[in-house]
Design a binder for this molecule. Structure first.
Ligand SMILES: [Zn+2]
Ligand SMILES: [Zn+2]
Length: 759
């Protein structure tokens, strides 16, 4: 017989935790109590030793569907009274660590009610319950109750109130509970005919069915939607949004539709149906009838299921309209900018992209773009961590103490607030290339500080002097530390793996500001929490043409070929079709005079250049296009071991110029492009692993991060080669390897600095 005091940390509020715990207790014959203390659920469990152990196992392995348990802390409790039964007790909120729930996709029970003619919430676009519905995106402050959400404008009707206060109903304590009588209302924005409610939904469906484009307000912002099977509709949306090739995400009506169009593993099925409903990158089937222009030249497609009831109503409604089962659902924004979340923003920014705007009067407090998830080695590999995941914290075992705010990078911005050993990466803000992005960042940081009831004493930002994110950090008025971009990537990978020892970091990325004022991006560095040493980089090259070079890989290629071949470069560029006839001299002059040029070790640009040299993509219409195409071509070739008959390391650089030279000559000799694409990945990974081994000394841990590690072929090759040499290799899973992940690394760095009195 023993008594344990058990604390369950994580998302344990508003997810039906206590009834489930009580049920497990009854099943195991345990007596005691369970209460909700805000940051955690506290359980006193009394019973035979093995029964108590079984009870803990059940809590860990069979929690409520929507709970996210971070830690179960069980300790013996002396002087316990004898409990006669197991009781749920009401308890007061205590302050301390705070867990703000992410938004939760519509649950199966609510979905069933939505389409049940006899239910009083039949076709109600805002149906939700204790287990599902918006959370973060409607929240003003904690504790999470209706008064502090954007639902406070909608007083509950009598029927809803009786459900809300009755523990026996599915809507007990469900803050956003509402119905057709008392809930928010959908309407067509600026509609001369003032269509509202049912008329608005029918109107939107009609436009979609006829091949038009509709902006739809969702949970965390607006989407632009059109029929994903209608080639003309998709092309028109591309023209309206000035987005020639970047893949569109597709929302499919149900799992059967997904399986008809894509290959789905068991794990993918579980996640796509789950309560977070991210966009999953799935392999398309050959007979999929999606429009080819959804994701041109791309074997995968980003797919999600409806997660807001309004989205389900777009697919099914009691009108006579025949609807498609696949809708494009792309973020309603101007390329790269934060997603629109209110009618004003929609009018200003996306009204020109669509035929109608289907909106509603429930305000979105915090933006949340859709999360995007790839897979590697049978596990999730996050590309964008946002709705459904943010702001779920990471709990570190390190004894951190204090409060810091990290402002992230300039592209794919997220920020991260660290409070003691909990780190809360934010939802996705977007690119901060203009002041709107910066304003969105500043506003969101303020909101999260309120929600987490914390006042950071230190701000952290990137080393780049002109980043808008760095400016936002400066304007916070807090003491500020700056962290080198690629070091922050490695720190984020270490933090995600809860590892704080020494490691060799491989940070392969687009661009970031180096400590020497040049552009870095293909770096191998010895790292720990206190700092880094740059051990190797890829061979520096001249990035000519300023910002254009980041879209036009052929410019980098020409620059590299001039370095490698000198005067011979002209004829080689001609043979490779890299450059228009006669214009070589212009570039040569610019290159030699270093006009509008910076020295760069950007791995991202190296990928772009190789894609151009192999004739796959001369330029990119969106970030990563050339590099992604290069990866798919390499994957078509399949696995093969290779050797190089030249040294892959020269001094402190990876001999990437030799690899490029080798590829140029092989291509001119007529070798297969897919094979060469693979050779590039293979030899680059080999150079990386050789470099790591050369300087690792006693260190036996490596960390792989940076945007280039979205490339799962490079990831796979690098990881396996290092593991073969006895390294433990840390990789990302739910924190993106790209710039969306660096705020976590910055926050951990700042926290360490704060504790060691460096400030
Ligand atoms: Zn529900
Ligand atoms: Zn109601």
């Amino acid at each position: 017989m023993k008594t344990l005091r058990i604390k369950v940390y994580g998302i344990v509020q508003g997810v039906g935790m206590r009834p489930v715990v009580a049920r497990h207790a009854t099943r195991c014959g345990i007596t005691g109590t369970v209460s909700n203390l805000g940051p955690y659920v506290e359980i006193f469990a009394q019973g035979e030793d093995d029964k108590v152990d079984e009870f803990i196992r059940l809590i860990e392995e069979e929690p409520p569907k929507r709970a996210a348990i971070l830690k179960v802390d069980a300790r013996p409790f002396d002087n316990a009274p004898v409990y006669e039964n197991f009781e749920i007790i009401e308890s007061a909120k205590t302050s301390g660590e705070i867990f703000v729930s992410p938004d939760i996709a519509i649950c199966d029970e609510c979905l069933e009610e939505l389409f049940d003619k006899n239910n009083r919430r039949y076709l109600h676009p805002f149906i939700n319950c204790t287990c599902c519905g918006p959370r973060l995106t409607i929240l003003d402050a904690l504790p999470y109750d209706r008064e502090r959400t954007s639902m406070k404008e909608f007083p509950m009707c009598e029927k809803c109130a009786s459900e809300y206060y009755d523990p026996a109903t599915r809507r007990y304590d469900a803050q956003p509970v509402c119905c057709n009588d008392c809930g928010p209302e959908v309407f067509i924005l600026d509609d001369p005919e003032e269509r509202r409610g049912r008329d608005a939904i029918v109107h939107a469906r009609k436009i979609l069915a006829e091949g038009g484009v509709v902006a739809v307000k969702g949970i965390g912002g607006f989407h632009l939607a059109c029929d994903a099977k209608n080639e003309d509709a998709v092309l028109r949306l591309r023209q309206l949004k000035h987005r020639p090739a970047k893949p569109f995400a597709v929302m499919m009506r149900d799992l059967d539709t997904v399986k008809r169009n894509c290959f789905v593993t068991d794990l993918q099925e579980e996640i796509i149906k789950g309560h977070q409903k991210p966009i999953l990158l799935l392999k398309k089937k050959a007979d999929s009838d999606l429009a080819a222009d959804i994701a041109p030249d791309n074997p995968t497609v980003g797919v999600m299921l409806p997660y807001a009831p309004l989205q389900s109503l777009l697919f099914d409604y009691d009108d006579e309209i025949t609807m498609t089962d696949c809708l494009v659902m792309t973020s309603g924004n101007v390329a790269g900018l934060p997603i629109c979340r209110d009618d004003e923003g929609a009018r200003r920014e996306i009204a020109g992209f669509c035929d109608a705007i289907l909106t509603h009067n429930r305000k979105i407090r915090i933006r949340a773009d859709d999360s995007v998830m790839d897979f590697y080695d049978g596990k999730p590999y996050m590309i964008r961590r946002s709705r459904g995941y943010a702001p779920l914290p990471y709990m570190m075992t390190n004894n951190f103490e204090g409060s810091v705010v990290a402002y992230g990078g300039e592209l794919k911005n997220t920020f991260c607030i660290g409070v003691n050993n909990l780190f809360y990466p934010s939802s996705y803000i977007g690119d901060l290339t203009d002041l709107k992005g910066k304003a969105a960042l500043t506003e969101s940081v303020g909101r999260m500080q309120v929600l987490l009831e914390t006042k950071p004493s230190l701000a952290v930002c990137d080393l780049h002097p002109r980043y808008n994110s760095s400016e936002a950090a400066e304007e916070s008025g807090l003491p500020l530390v700056r962290v080198q971009h690629h070091y922050a990537h490695i720190l984020s990978c270490m933090a995600e793996n809860d590892y704080f020892g020494e490691c060799i970091g491989v940070s392969f990325d687009g661009t970031g500001y180096g400590t020497d004022g040049t552009i870095w991006g293909g770096e191998i560095m010895r790292c720990d929490l206190n700092g880094f040493d740059r051990l190797f980089s890829i061979k520096p090259f001249l990035q000519t043409g300023g910002d254009i070079a980041s879209r036009e890989g052929w410019r980098i290629a020409v620059s590299m070929l001039i370095d490698i071949y000198g005067d011979e470069a002209e004829s080689i560029c001609g043979k490779l079709d890299l450059i228009r006839k006669g214009s070589f001299k212009v570039y040569k002059t610019m290159h030699d005079g270093k006009v509008n040029s910076v020295v760069s070790t950007s791995a991202g640009r190296l990928f772009d250049a190789v894609s151009a040299i192999l004739g796959i993509r001369l330029e990119s219409s969106f970030e990563g296009e050339a590099a992604t195409s290069l990866m798919y071509r390499a994957m078509e070739h399949g696995q093969e071991d290779m050797t190089a008959d030249y040294a892959l390391i020269e001094g402190d650089v990876l001999a990437t110029d030799k690899i490029v030279k080798n590829l140029v000559e092989a291509r001119l000799a007529g070798e297969d492009v897919n094979q060469l694409a693979y050779r590039f990945h293979y030899l680059l990974a080999k150079a990386i692993s050789e470099a790591v081994i050369l300087k690792a000394g006693d260190i036996r841990t490596a960390a792989l991060s940076g945007g280039c590690y979205q490339n799962t072929l490079l990831l796979d090759l690098s990881k396996k080669m290092l593991e073969e040499k006895g390294f433990k290799v840390l990789i990302h899973s739910l924190i993106p390897p790209n710039d969306g992940g660096i705020s976590l690394g910055q926050a951990v760095y700042g926290m360490n600095k704060l504790m060691n009195g460096g400030i």
